[in-house]
Design a protein. Sequence first.
Length: 283
Amino acid sequence: MANLRLEWGRWRLDLGTRPHLMGVINVTPDSFSDGGDFYSCESAVEQGLRLVAEGADILDIGGESTRPGAELLSLKDELARVLPVIEALSEKVDLPLSIDTYKSKVAEAALKAGAAMINDISAGRFDYKILHLAAEVGVPLILMHMQGEPRHMQNNPTYGDLMGEIKYFLAQAVQRAEKAGVAGEKIIIDPGIGFGKTFDHNLTLINRLKELTELGRPIMIGPSRKAFLGHILGGAPPKERDSATAAAVTLAVYNGADIVRVHNVGLAKQALAVVQAVMNEHV
């Protein structure tokens, strides 16, 4: 882990001391990972409280499915899904809430409702105004690598140099964000497991993740319940991939990840306690 710290407003995340856990809340009827289990505001809030009790450091709330082939969601519908959940959780939990969106208007409304971070899968490519918003409000911004867009990203993704191209993409994304006024110390990078990547690409990415530490930014990774894990397990459905997820995040943290985005926080926390003890050579 890098010796990195995020400080803004009343929040402080000492990423250099231990891996941090971002719990996922999908307020969608068609999520690949949890089948719309938390589509209602009430169930989403209950899940958020459960993730906090399990040890989450951040909650990431999203209203639009970004699974392969997913259709675009209207601004109105996305706002209707996420704002009530953010408003309710901001009153009930004492940790930063992240809004998972690439739309600046959704991010702006979410920040006003109580969110404190922006997680943009497009790295500012789909709506550049989100970069200026992050700069203006002074919140951390997660920039993710993705080849193409969700509807088409898994249509034969190809690379001449996988790690080189991802590193270049993220370096350029960081430069764009900084040019828009985002403070460099508030930028987090995400290599985008499963976003325009084949099975082999995902394995290589985890194995060679340390190469991205050269960018000098906190690294977030989100392999949780992804299809490549199902493939390894012989076709296991998403909800039966949590143990495999724990193995993937353990390897990712060992190779340089600072934040892991997961659905099952409790299991991941146990796995990361082991890798942290090994890395620090004490319990």
